[in-house]
Structure formats: structure tokens, C-alpha cells
Ligand binder design. Structure first.
Ligand code: HEM
Ligand SMILES: *[C@@H]1O[C@H](CO)[C@@H](O)[C@H](O)[C@H]1NC(C)=O
Ligand SMILES: *[C@@H]1O[C@H](CO)[C@@H](O)[C@H](O)[C@H]1NC(C)=O
Ligand SMILES: *[C@@H]1O[C@H](CO)[C@@H](O)[C@H](O)[C@H]1NC(C)=O
Ligand SMILES: *[C@@H]1O[C@H](CO)[C@@H](O)[C@H](O)[C@H]1NC(C)=O
Length: 516
């Protein structure tokens, strides 16, 4: 049996004159994206990521097809996902709504970066990309009392924590997130910290006592060969759906979603009719600070591997295989990663196209009982069942825009097999409906031991990577490839430090609704 084929058969220009001087130098402008690419453009295609469509091509097709979205209305992070080298997540509470609105309209708005700016190859890009979003509490403070039609957004993530399976938020969540005082978020991304810190200081100076910081987190792409990988060592963020109205083509195996799966009030938004008109071309953002216990995870895999009777592999190889089965993907850099069966031979061994699988295989393969390639409980199978649901599920999907945070492992942490400083994934998703996107994937799939259903094993168990069981251990089957019914029981190696739910409005809505 060839176990080693696991799962895969294979700114606008800032109007300087308008800005008061605070003794900062304004963030510089970069050249147009393509001129600068790939030496250090703000946007970067990390390993496995598809190249983005260009604005010029989209506009050309728009003129003939007329089906494209107004990308100058849509904030940049929503469409482009995880493609920035450094990013700060800055959370605040609003102390003076009137002053906040006026600073937002006059000074902050011109810095907000749209999708059109991000993908334009002939425009000048800002050196720091700014996106803005608010919690429902924040919108109320700003006098926006409309019901946005999303109950999870309305309640906020703290009130959803029990349903998400989080371990006691009062002790486990970051204090600033647990305080339940976050009204808004600034996401600022750039190539280096300097333009980020410059823009943030400037925004703080403009806002003065209109805001108080509640929490912040600094994410950064990992150095060297680890670029594009989360801290456990897996390439992350490259399986993304294509969005109609933005994508100009789809890659083999890539799913095409209606724009309303991502954007509120667009075609495909399940609550399109109920939402206020001004919500069009916005998106709900879920932020989660997910700590990863990296040395503990590695140690656990080695311990379990040592117990497995498999003389054909070293303990290290068995551990790699167990890890691969938990994710449903090979860890990048492990020797088996290069197994040619991973790729669709008709496409060639190109990592970025390597999403062309659906957990099914040619007959006599039985998808309801056969876990030889991919366990039912694997992370990417739990949160997107593909052929387990006939490849028909187009609604429980989202765009992920996460970035790793925290330092690289120290020698002490490796030697002691114990985390000393916090690191993990600053997990960000966009969707038109939290109850179909992030909340659904976490609460109804990752934490539901019966998913995927209809299998020979009715309880595949928790998602071994992101499943949460309210502080109790996860029970997972299908991972031990020598005994698929052997349940592994362990405390999750991903710990929720909390987060919140935000609405990321269109450019017009920011100016004419939020700041008005
Ligand atoms: C520390 C936490 C997490 C880690 C280390 C992690 C890691 C990964 C990895 C390695 C992949 C496959 C490669 C790729 O991204 O394209 C992936 C895919 C994915 N993950 Fe996670 N993930 C985490 C948290 C989550 C959470 C909390 C959710 C949702 C509740 C989630 C949803 C997804 C989705 C939707 C995909 C793409 C699956 C597909 O379209 O087939 N992830 N993740
Ligand atoms: C596509 O055309 C529509 C209708 O003219 C326009 O509103 C929209 O901004 C265009 N989108 C792009 C990306 O050019
Ligand atoms: C968080 O704040 C909101 C609004 O201020 C309130 O309705 C909710 O009960 C609070 N939740 C907790 C757990 O404190
Ligand atoms: C543009 O329209 C043509 C003809 O209807 C269609 O075949 C093509 O797929 C469309 N292109 C895009 C990118 O939507
Ligand atoms: C699973 O399917 C593969 C490919 O059809 C086959 O080689 C393998 O023996 C099957 N595994 C089991 C346990 O039936």
C-alpha cells in the first residue's frame, strides 16, 4: 500500500496638502506592482499561491463581458488574501465618535487600500496597505444602528466562544480581546515594519483621544525557506476558492464561488434581501489569534510514531506521516513531499496547481470507507469535505487572509519540547455570512465528531489541528495508519486566544455611512 500519497492523488496618492504635519515622514509610495515584483512588492505570491489577475485584464474583460465587480469599492485584503510580508492588527475602542468620524473621513480614508489599487500594474502603490473594519458594538457607537443581518456579528465573538469550543475565555483569551471593548480594527500591511509603524503613529496622532488601543498583534511571513508556512511547518493559505467577478480563470481543482459568498449584498449572499443597501461590497471578517504549541506537537507526533509497528519507516518518517494525515497535506520539506503521485500528471509537478483532488479515487476505491489516502478527520477534509458532499457545497466557504505571528522556535524550546513564547496564526477570514463561513466550519464541522457523515466510521472525531472541545481532549480516529479505528486522544495543539467579528465595508459605505 502506498501510504505516501496521502490525500492527494496526486492609495490613492495621499493628498499631502490636506494633512497636518506631526513631524512624521509620510509613508513613501512604491512603484507599480509589477515593476517592483518580485524583489519586494507589497504583494507577494508565496509558494503555492496563484498569481493574481491584473486590473488591466479584468477591465478589458469587463468592457466585453460586463460582469466584473467594482474593485475600487472593495477593500484590498478581502480579495487578495494572505500575500503581505508583514501586517499589524490594531484593535481599539472609540472614545469620541464625532472626532473619530471626522478624522476617518478627512485623514484615514485616503490611505485605505482598495482591491483595484492592489492589483493594478500601472498605478503607484502605497508602501503600507490599510484596511478598516468595525465590530457591531463599534458601529452602534458610530450611530450605525441598522441590523446587518448576521447574528454572530451582532453578538460578537466573545459571546460565540462557547459554541466555538474555546477553553475558558476568561483565562485563555488575550486580556485585550476578552475585555469585549473592541470597536474597530486597523489592518496595516507592508514589506517592512517601518512604513507600518509610520502610518500607525500618524493615525494615532490624528485620532488622539478619539480612540484607546485594546489589543494588537504583529504578523509576519516566516524567514527564508519557511516563507508561506505556518509555524508547524505546513504551507498555508494557498488553497483558496476563485471568486466570480474577480478571477479571470480557475486553476485545476479550484472552486468558483459566487461573489456573494464573500461579499455582502452580492449575488449568492444567503441574506442578500435582508441587508441594508449600504452593505453592498462589504464582507464580514473573523479574526482569531490561534496559538500553536509547536514543540509540543512535534514531540507528540514522535511519541505516537514510536508506538506504531512499522519497521518499513523510521520513527521520524512515521511521525511525518501522522502529521500529514492530521492535516491532509504533506509537511513541506519532508522527503515524501516530493512523491510524484502528489501531482496530477497532466499538469506537471507544479505546487501551485496541486489542489486538483477531491478525496475520491478511481474504482474500486470506496470513498465511504477507504482512509488509505486521507483520513476522514484530516483538517482540510473536516473543514471542506469536497467529494464527501458530492463537490456540491459552495456555501460553507470563505477566503482566508491569515499570517503567522510570533518568533521562530528557539533552541531552548526545541530542547525542552516546550513553548516559551507565544506564536501561531493570526487567522483572518472573509465571508458574506459568518454562520455559513467561519462559525460554521469551526462549530459545525471541525468540532463535530460525526463529520464527514455517512462513513463506515460514524465518528471520525475532531479536526486534529483546529478542533476545540471546551478544554477537554480531542478524540480523533483514522490517523494511525496501522489501525484506523485506534482513537488518538490529546489536548489540542492550537489554542484560541480569542478574537472578534468585524464588518469591512465598501469605500462608499465608509465615507457616506460610517464617517457621515
Ligand atoms: C493554527 C491553526 C491552523 C492551521 C495551522 C491551519 C493549516 C492549514 C493548512 C496547512 C491548510 C492547507 C493548505 C492551504 O492553506 O491552502 C489549510 C487549509 C484550510 N484551512 Fe486551515 N489551519 C488552521 C486553522 C483553520 C481554521 C480555524 C479554519 C476554519 C475554521 C481553517 C480552515 C481552512 C480552510 C477552509 C482551508 C482550505 C481547505 C480547502 O479549500 O480545501 N483553518 N489550513
Ligand atoms: C465593471 O463595469 C461596471 C459597470 O460599468 C463598473 O461598475 C465596474 O467598476 C467595472 N469593474 C472593473 C473592475 O472595472
Ligand atoms: C460584551 O459587550 C456587549 C455589548 O457591550 C454585551 O451585550 C455582552 O453581554 C458582553 N459580553 C460579555 C461576555 O461580557
Ligand atoms: C466572458 O464571456 C464569454 C462569452 O459569454 C465567456 O465565454 C467567458 O467565459 C467570459 N469570461 C469571463 C472571464 O467571465
Ligand atoms: C483503498 O483504496 C486503494 C485504491 O483503490 C486500495 O489500494 C486500498 O487497498 C484500499 N484500502 C482498503 C483498506 O481497502
Amino acid at each position: 500500500m502506498r501510504w505516501w500519497t496521502t490525500c492527494v492523488a496526486l492609495t490613492s496618492l495621499i493628498p499631502y496638502a490636506l494633512l497636518p504635519s506631526y513631524g512624521f515622514s509620510l509613508p513613501q509610495q512604491l512603484e507599480a506592482r509589477q515593476n517592483d515584483y518580485p524583489s519586494g512588492s507589497l504583494l507577494h505570491d508565496y509558494p503555492g499561491q496563484h498569481t493574481l489577475p491584473t486590473l488591466e485584464l479584468i477591465q478589458k474583460l469587463n468592457a466585453t463581458n460586463g460582469t466584473f465587480l467594482p474593485l475600487e469599492e472593495i477593500q484590498g485584503d478581502i480579495m487578495i488574501g494572505m500575500r503581505k510580508p508583514k501586517e499589524i492588527f490594531f484593535f481599539y475602542s472609540i472614545q469620541n465618535p464625532r472626532k473619530f468620524k471626522s478624522v476617518l473621513a478627512k485623514f484615514i480614508y485616503p490611505h485605505i487600500t482598495t482591491t483595484a489599487q492592489m492589483v493594478c500594474t500601472t498605478c503607484t502603490q502605497p508602501s503600507a496597505m490599510l484596511n478598516v473594519a468595525w465590530t457591531s458594538q463599534g458601529l452602534r457607537k458610530l450611530g450605525v444602528l441598522d441590523d446587518l443581518g448576521d447574528p454572530y456579528f451582532a453578538m460578537g465573538q466573545l459571546n460565540d466562544a462557547a459554541a466555538l469550543g474555546d477553553t475558558d475565555p476568561s483565562t485563555m483569551w488575550a486580556p485585550g480581546l476578552y475585555a469585549n471593548k473592541t470597536d474597530g480594527a486597523f489592518l496595516i500591511a507592508a514589506r517592512d515594519w517601518e512604513p507600518i509603524d509610520t502610518l500607525l503613529s500618524q493615525m494615532k496622532a490624528w485620532l488622539g483621544d478619539a480612540i484607546v488601543e485594546t489589543h494588537s498583534n504583529r504578523g509576519a511571513v516566516r524567514p527564508g525557506d519557511a516563507a508561506g508556512k505556518e509555524h508547524f511547518g505546513w504551507l498555508d493559505g494557498f488553497i483558496q476558492p476563485a471568486v466570480a467577478g474577480f478571477a479571470t480563470s480557475t486553476y485545476p481543482g479550484q472552486q468558483l464561488l459566487l461573489p456573494g459568498t464573500l461579499l455582502t449584498k452580492e449575488i449568492g449572499d444567503p441574506r442578500r434581501a435582508a441587508r441594508p443597501a449600504w452593505t453592498k461590497w462589504g464582507s464580514f471578517m473573523a479574526y482569531r489569534q490561534l496559538q500553536e504549541l509547536v514543540p509540543e506537537f512535534d514531540d507528540y507526533l514522535m511519541q505516537e510514531a514510536a508506538l506504531i509497528q512499522d519497521s518499513s519507516r523510521s520513527v521520524r518518517e512515521r511521525a511525518d506521516l501522522l502529521g500529514a494525515r492530521m492535516f491532509g497535506r504533506w509537511k513541506s520539506g519532508t522527503p515524501l513531499d516530493l512523491a510524484p503521485e502528489r501531482d496530477d500528471p497532466s499538469i506537471g509537478p507544479n505546487l501551485m496547481l496541486n489542489n486538483n483532488f477531491d478525496f475520491n479515487h478511481p474504482a474500486p476505491f470506496d470513498i465511504s470507507s477507504n482512509q488509505s489516502y486521507c483520513p476522514f478527520s484530516a483538517h482540510i477534509r473536516k473543514i471542506r469535505p469536497r467529494a464527501d458532499q458530492g463537490n456540491q457545497n459552495l456555501k460553507n466557504q470563505m477566503i482566508r487572509a491569515s499570517i503567522p505571528y510570533g518568533e521562530e522556535l528557539s533552541d531552548d524550546e526545541i530542547n525542552n519540547k516546550k513553548t516559551a513564547t507565544e506564536r501561531g496564526v493570526a487567522f483572518v477570514t472573509y465571508q458574506s455570512d459568518l454562520g455559513s463561513g467561519f462559525h460554521f466550519q469551526q462549530a459545525e464541522w471541525a468540532n463535530n465528531v460525526n463529520i464527514p457523515d455517512g462513513k463506515s466510521d460514524p465518528t471520525p472525531g475532531f479536526d486534529p489541528i483546529v478542533g476545540q472541545n471546551s478544554g477537554k481532549p480531542l478524540v480523533v480516529s483514522g490517523i494511525d495508519y496501522t489501525d484506523l479505528d485506534h482513537d488518538l486522544t490529546f489536548m489540542s495543539f492550537v489554542i484560541s486566544k480569542g478574537g472578534d467579528y468585524f464588518f469591512s465595508p465598501s469605500m462608499s459605505a465608509i465615507l457616506h455611512k460610517i464617517a457621515a
